[in-house]
Design a protein around this ligand. Structure first.
Ligand SMILES: [Zn+2]
Length: 645
């Protein structure tokens, strides 16, 4: 018997979803490349991580190597079960089995030297146990629930110091599976204590509810802000949910970048075309927005997940999934060993594409993003309602209306506007198919067995189709994608169409950085330099977009997220901007921690700011050219925020 929760949607078992089409190709590429071979990124991925008593210490906090390898195991196990990939599952299971088999006598799980409850020592547990949640979702092995219950009820930690509070995500999940009320009261106690004890954090309930702009570390903000929504799901108290929702409204107001993720380098920043985010933030923002989707059933949170996963995520990795960035930015003209233009650690390799561009958190987290997306594409809304929450090629098998039903979702979305659902059932099944109508779509259409369905379709909502479905019944959803010009600081504009953001993909002069030891011939560290013109201003305004911009469609193949095979191209009128060049510097200031600057000398080349709008008129070439924009996720070097003629 399940406990009663206030959550609107519920997750489905991991193995009931089967990614297909481009999404399957993407996950298979993950498995073949970095997700399956993260050791290439060096320490701590080349250690046994959680599958041994203690990893050799390489400086930094003792919990570091465990956080980073836990991210990887979590992404790997999910990716493995979604694909049915035995090699990947086996590799991730080494850590899972070791931890479950080596519990302390009081039930404590994990490395013994982290048992002592010092600052953040329990944070990596919250990360690692998400892999156990995935493992349980796939296997239903009760030993997982037993071990986690014992671990949390051993009370060897208060779980309320800083990121340690993240453990209540796991406690409440175990509660949802076991109905052990001690876990609920322990989680609520820890959360209340965190709110008192860490009163200055941006992620306490009082501060999330205030209008105050946050300055917290991006990862910390996303990991902790979401907890209010989770506590709401199991207590029904709306004050908790209200705080989390407001925390995410503040992200939209102050920090949201065009690629769908909040700027944070490493603390939350603004919306300037040069503001960036960590790859970790893509994983954390989307995972957290997923809880808001589960808690509220609001379509807007699914829109946010898609935007981040279809833009920021592929935009931060190379098309072959062999290299990633630590910081990625809407505008990045150059990505080499010293091109990080953010104040934080300015002048290092954090913006280049390689297996391990800076700190090891991002190489761990990059593995989680698309598996987590796939795992939440389909949700349940009560017993007989299946929800298509995030769109993409896939299929789901679930018990609906007393029957085993498979729904095949055939589509090239987000590259296509049409999504076809085909119902497979032995006998007729009476159930509800709930379809999301994204907030950006004004003219959605639904066809049932080829006939247009009547009734109003509300933008930014879920439409429920309740009927007795027969074998081979077909439902089609058509989501016309309109062009949209969005406005950004420094007079910048960006071009969007449906869930995709478009960017000028710059031809790359790629050179291998042989000095990078966390790479090899198969997984090179790249220095990328622009080899085509990029300094353009768009000659469009919001009203003439359909006339001015030509949309070119091409076939979707297994390599869709690459410049070469970008399935949609926009041909846009633009004019060159004179004297808008890469910014060369001999001396820079590097921020090591908030307020702590260090002077450095060297030969630095950075992506420049947008030209000052008041100077633009005199700097534009006379001739109008047509430039080709491609989906942001297809690019490595790019301009996304342009000056406007
Ligand atoms: Zn990171």
């Amino acid at each position: 018997m399940a406990i009663s929760t206030r959550q609107k949607f519920e997750q489905v078992p991991l193995r009931s979803i089967r990614p297909t089409g481009w999404l399957r190709s993407y996950l298979e590429k993950q498995s073949r490349e970095l997700t399956g071979h993260m050791e290439v990124a060096g320490y701590p991925f080349n250690t046994k991580g959680w599958a041994c008593a203690k990893v050799a210490h390489h400086g930094g906090e003792p919990w570091w190597p465990y956080e980073q390898t836990a991210y990887w195991v979590d992404g790997m196990i999910r990716c493995g079960y979604l694909l049915g990939d035995k090699r990947l599952i086996g590799k991730a299971r080494k850590s899972i089995d070791y931890v479950l088999k080596h519990a302390d006598s009081d039930g404590y799980l994990g490395p013994k030297h982290l048992k002592e409850s010092k600052h953040w020592n329990r944070w990596p547990h919250a990360v690692f146990f998400r892999a156990l949640m995935a493992y349980y979702s796939a296997t239903n092995e009760r030993r997982v629930l037993k071990a986690l219950t014992k671990h949390y009820l051993s009370k060897s930690s208060e779980h309320c110091d800083g990121r340690d509070i993240g453990n209540i995500e796991i406690m409440l999940w175990v509660y949802s599976q076991t109905q052990n009320k001690c876990l609920l009261s322990e989680a609520v106690r820890a959360y209340e204590k965190y709110n008192q004890q860490c009163a200055n954090d941006d992620t306490t309930m009082a501060n999330m509810l205030s209008g105050k702009r946050a300055t917290e570390h991006g990862v910390t903000y996303n990991e902790i802000a979401k907890l209010g929504a989770i506590v709401y799901m199991y207590t029904g108290k709306r004050k908790y949910l209200g705080a989390t929702e407001n925390a995410y409204r503040k992200i939209d107001r102050y920090h949201m970048l065009i690629d769908g993720v909040c700027s944070s380098s490493e603390h939350l920043r603004g919306k300037d075309p040069l503001d960036s985010h960590e790859t970790c933030d893509i994983a954390d923002y989307t995972w957290s927005a997923g809880y808001l989707l589960l808690a509220t059933g609001k379509a807007e949170y699914a829109d946010k997940i898609e935007r981040a996963c279809f833009n920021a995520a592929p935009g931060a990795v190379t098309e072959d999934f062999k290299g990633l960035q630590y910081f990625s930015c809407p505008n990045q003209i150059i990505a080499d060993k010293s091109s990080n233009h953010n104040l934080y650690e300015r002048g290092n390799a954090a913006m280049s594409y390689r297996p391990n561009p800076y700190t090891q958190c991002c190489p761990g987290e990059v593995n989680r993003i698309m598996p987590n997306f796939a795992a939440r594409m389909w949700l349940k809304d009560g017993k007989d309602t299946i929800v298509a929450s995030l769109y993409g090629p896939s299929q789901i098998t679930a018990k609906l209306g007393g029957q085993k039903v498979t729904i095949i979702e055939q589509t090239d979305y987000p590259f296509a506007e049409r999504i076809d659902f085909k119902i497979q059932t032995r006998d007729c099944a009476n159930f509800t198919l709930s379809l999301r109508i994204p907030g950006w779509c004004r003219r959605a259409k639904i066809l049932v067995n080829g006939k247009q369905r009547g009734g109003k379709i509300k933008t930014g909502s879920f439409v429920k189709i309740r009927r007795t479905f027969k074998h081979n019944d077909a439902v089609s959803l058509i989501l016309p994608m309109d062009l949209k010009l969005s406005h950004w600081p420094s007079g910048g504009v960006g071009l969007e169409r449906g869930p995709l953001v478009y960017a000028l993909g710059i031809k790359e002069d790629r050179q291998v950085d042989k000095a990078d030891r966390k790479s090899n011939r198969k997984f090179p560290a790249w220095n990328m330099y622009p080899a085509s013109r990029w300094n353009y201003a768009l000659e469009v305004d919001g009203r003439n977009l359909n006339k001015a911009v030509e949309v070119v469609r091409r076939d979707v193949d297994a390599n869709s997220w690459s410049i070469k095979s970008a399935p949609i191209q926009l041909r846009v009128p633009a004019r060159r901007v004179h004297n808008w060049r890469i910014s060369h510097r001999r001396q820079i200031f590097r921020e090591l921690a908030p307020g702590k600057l260090e002077k450095h000398s060297g030969d630095f080349a950075f992506t420049p700011a947008l030209p000052e709008p008041s100077t633009l008129a005199n700097r534009l070439s006379k001739k109008t050219e047509r430039i080709t924009l491609v989906p942001y996720g297809c690019t490595n070097l790019r301009v996304t925020i342009f000056p406007k003629c």
